[in-house]
Write a protein that binds this ligand. Structure first.
Ligand code: ATP
Ligand code: MG
Length: 757
């Protein structure tokens, strides 16, 4: 069989090959960024199938995002063919959903449970805290949610939390946790952390269930092991099983890099990777040292930064891709200037034919930093996509529509039900809702059940009673479609019609509401496409409503990353989201103390070390060209503030950096003072030492002068009429009605791809 699989080893180095061929004892592959850890994992799966006659159904592989899972599956399928399909390759969460759907009854739940995301969680915790009369100023729902989440990640149950509580806050948290957990149960719902915690509980409490999975999965593989938390760690242990039992333990292979652990705030702990050999005494460890991703200059910079972290195991990572280009540094006047520099460089690189848009990524520390880039990219007609931020599925109208679907799939899902009870307004006020809720609480029945028992709910006025009865009737009608297993797209259409949701938005004067209608139509399209998806061979058809909801609730930030070649767009994202990815050209922005490292980390060595790992992750995403920039002045919360250079910048050997623009000397007039007040020129025209060759630059064009009533034509939106003009100079904007393309607000600095008619 090995000859059959020989080609799977050809393009691996000796250490990688050993990792792929290793059999038996638990295996840990530790190595720096870009050394082929993920490649080893994927190859190992292919090798198990091709050379070791492992059945694909015996393989469980865990990745950090659903997208990474899909890619891994695809790669393996490329290597060994369609039989790769019956492997389980997924994130921890998706894997647990799958287990829990099968085994829900064992835990006394029904298998149509809802999955609460962080927003639902916060809503429920707010309700709980209110019921417990907690002062919201002292105990913010967000804070309580974080504490409850931490307890779950540590597998601490409410009773233990109460017993351990050592101060007032901890006692309150334990109290909230207990009620919250009871409400979740009553709603037949699980939050994200429960998915893991309850699966662990399942495996630990029911030996026959654990045995079933241990018999089935003979190979467990985990990517990005440094970002597992205690619950996930325990889950892996339970799946693998112990030596000496009836079933020998599964073969375990984990890969990771302690220097890239960046999710401590979600309970991730490098302990899991550092102590692997203690957890699994038989373990074999393989180190990889060659980096295949980046040029040497980029690697040297990354190594220099990370070497400042205390208590780490030093690694010697090298590349034979040559020194490559120097890193480009840029000090901008302000965040607009920084964005203009990035846009200008992208223009230059793409124009020169060196790269295309999809090979370029722009990174920042926090999601809110994307806006400035978006504005300038829109103005220039530079196609881009933001990954993360306020995502499609987090928009209010989308969440409302999904709440209807979730209520239909699981009537006990109280958070969803209460969300839509009076949306759109149908005369069920807060007081009526509170009456029903109190009744449900007293009778220990679900909110949905209480709605059907109106005659016995005290204090309800006849108007509310009628309104509720109408709502129940509507939901029953929709429920019939669900019972018939109609397509989810048709159910969604019916929801939007019967509820009056769409009609209300369409009748609204608010332009935002029109965007909302478009988003809902988009959701219908998503549902339609989902319904029409081809089923993999041998898969059993499932009713599309629950399957659709599950898909939607597990979409993670990184899952909306465009497929490189197909889209031709620049990618904007936070460094956290970029983990595991690589791009030929990377612009890493906002290198300022207080921004990156984050303000929070400045006085805290542990947090600072985490930020430094983040810097290491950011730098090592770049393959050929890396840009590092900072702004002298940046607006935060509407206030411009001057930030010093990020300390991480100073940790990079300066001879590796080609500074295109440095901080102006103090005697020169501070560039930043003109910002926000200058009436002409525009930020983009300042501070660029090398304008793009050829192309009559947008950079030098004066602001466009427009008045209300002017007619324009825009490259992207077509013909339009100006309906409003606001601000002056840098802040000049025009609101333009482009008819079918909608009403758009554009900034007028530099040249917009638009002509006045
Ligand atoms: P990260 O720590 O960022 O997750 P990683 O260790 O998982 O990185 P990979 O993404 O697997 O690294 O590999 C980095 C790049 O190097 C990929 O483009 C991969 O295809 C390539 N690569 C890895 N090993 C080899 C090899 N032996 N020969 C050629 N290219 C390789
Ligand atoms: Mg990787």
């Amino acid at each position: 069989p090995v000859s059959r699989a020989g080609h799977l080893l050809d393009d691996l180095n000796p250490a990688q090959r050993r990792a792929v061929e290793h059999a038996g004892s638990p295996l840990l592959v530790v190595a720096g960024a870009g050394s082929g850890k993920t490649r080893v994992l994927t190859r190992r799966i292919a090798y198990l199938l091709a050379a070791r006659d492992v059945h694909p159904g015996e393989i469980m592989a865990i990745t950090f995002t659903n997208k990474a899972a899909a890619e891994m599956k695809e790669r393996v399928a490329d290597m060994v063919g369609a039989r790769a399909r019956s492997m389980w390759v997924s994130t921890f969460h998706s894997m647990c959903v799958r287990v829990m759907r099968r085994e829900a009854k064992t835990l006394g739940m029904s298998s149509n449970f809802s999955i609460y995301d962080s927003d639902d969680t916060r809503r429920l915790i707010t309700l709980v805290a209110r019921d417990l009369d907690l002062d919201p100023k002292k105990y913010a729902a967000r804070t309580l949610a974080v504490h409850v989440s931490n307890l779950k990640n540590e597998l601490v149950d409410p009773e233990t939390a109460a017993a351990q509580a050592a101060n007032d806050l901890e006692r309150r948290v334990a109290e909230v946790y207990a009620v919250y957990q009871r409400r979740l149960n009553e709603s037949n719902s699980l939050d994200f952390d429960d998915l893991i915690m309850r699966t662990v509980e399942l495996l630990q409490t029911f030996p026959d269930v654990a045995e079933h999975y241990r018999r089935r999965f003979r190979h467990v593989l985990v990517d990005e092991y440094q970002d597992t938390n205690h619950a996930q760690y325990t889950l892996v242990r339970e799946l693998v099983g112990k030596a000496g039992g009836e079933i020998p333990p599964a073969e375990l292979c984990v890969v990771g890099d302690a220097d890239q652990s960046i999710y401590a705030f979600r309970g991730a702990t490098i302990r899991n990777i550092v102590e692997f050999e203690r957890d699994y005494p038989e373990a074999t460890t393989i180190l990889l040292e060659q980096n295949y991703r980046s040029t040497q200059n980029i690697l040297t910079a990354a190594n220099a930064v990370i070497s400042r972290n205390p208590n780490r195991r030093d690694k010697s990572l090298w590349s034979d891709l040559g020194e490559g280009e120097k890193i480009v540094g840029y000090v901008a006047d302000n965040e607009h200037d920084e964005a203009a520099f990035v846009a200008n460089e992208i223009d230059r690189l793409v124009d020169g034919g060196e790269v295309n848009n999809s090979e370029i990524a722009v990174f920042y520390r926090t999601n809110n930093q994307s806006r400035v880039f978006e504005e300038i990219f829109i103005r220039l007609g530079l196609p881009y996509r933001v990954v993360g931020g306020v995502r499609f599925y987090e928009r209010r109208e989308v969440r409302d529509a999904l709440a209807y679907l979730r209520t239909l799939a699981n009537p006990d899902d109280t958070v969803s039900l209460r969300r839509i009870l009076n949306v759109p307004k149908r005369g069920i006020g807060e007081r009526a809702e509170a009456c029903v809720s109190a009744y449900a609480e007293r009778e220990r029945i679900s909110f949905a059940a209480a709605l059907r028992d109106l005659d016995r709910v005290p204090m309800l006025n006849p108007r509310s009673r009628n309104a509720i009865a109408g709502f129940v009737e509507m939901m029953d009608e929709l429920g019939e479609m669900v019972a018939r297993e109609d397509d989810v797209a048709d159910i969604l259409e019916a929801v939007l019609e019967k509820s009056g949701y769409r009609t209300e938005l369409e009748a609204s004067e608010d332009p935002q509401d029109h965007t909302r209608v478009e988003n809902l139509n988009e959701l219908v399209t998503v549902a339609r496409e989902f319904t029409e998806l081809e089923l993999p061979e041998g898969a059993e058809p499932v009713p599309s409503l629950p399957a659709f909801l599950e898909r939607v609730s597990l979409v993670a930030d990184a899952d909306s990353i465009p497929d490189a070649e197909s889209d031709g767009v620049v990618t904007l994202m936070t460094i956290h989201t970029a983990k595991g990815l690589e791009y030929p050209v990377v612009f890493s922005t906002g290198w300022e103390d207080g921004v990156f490292p984050h303000m929070r980390a400045l006085g805290d060595p542990a947090e600072l070390a985490e930020e430094r790992r983040l810097a290491y992750v950011g730098i090592t995403r770049a393959q050929r060209r890396l840009y590092l920039s900072r702004a002298l002045v940046r607006s935060a919360w509407g206030q411009p503030s001057a930030n010093p250079a990020s300390r991480f910048l100073g940790e990079i050997p300066q001879d590796l950096i080609d500074w295109r623009r440095v901080e102006p000397s103090r005697s020169a007039p501070a560039a930043a003072t003109t910002w926000g007040r200058s009436a002409s020129g525009g930020i983009a025209s300042r501070g660029l030492s090398r304008p793009a060759p050829g192309k009559a630059g947008w950079k030098d064009a004066p602001a466009m002068k427009l008045e209300v009533g002017d007619r324009v034509t825009h490259d992207k939106y077509g013909l339009g009429r100006v309906v409003a003009v606001d601000g002056a100079g840098l802040r000049a904007t025009a609101t333009i009605d482009f008819g079918g393309s909608g009403t758009v607000r554009l900034m007028l600095i530099g040249s917009v791809p638009m002509t006045k008619l």
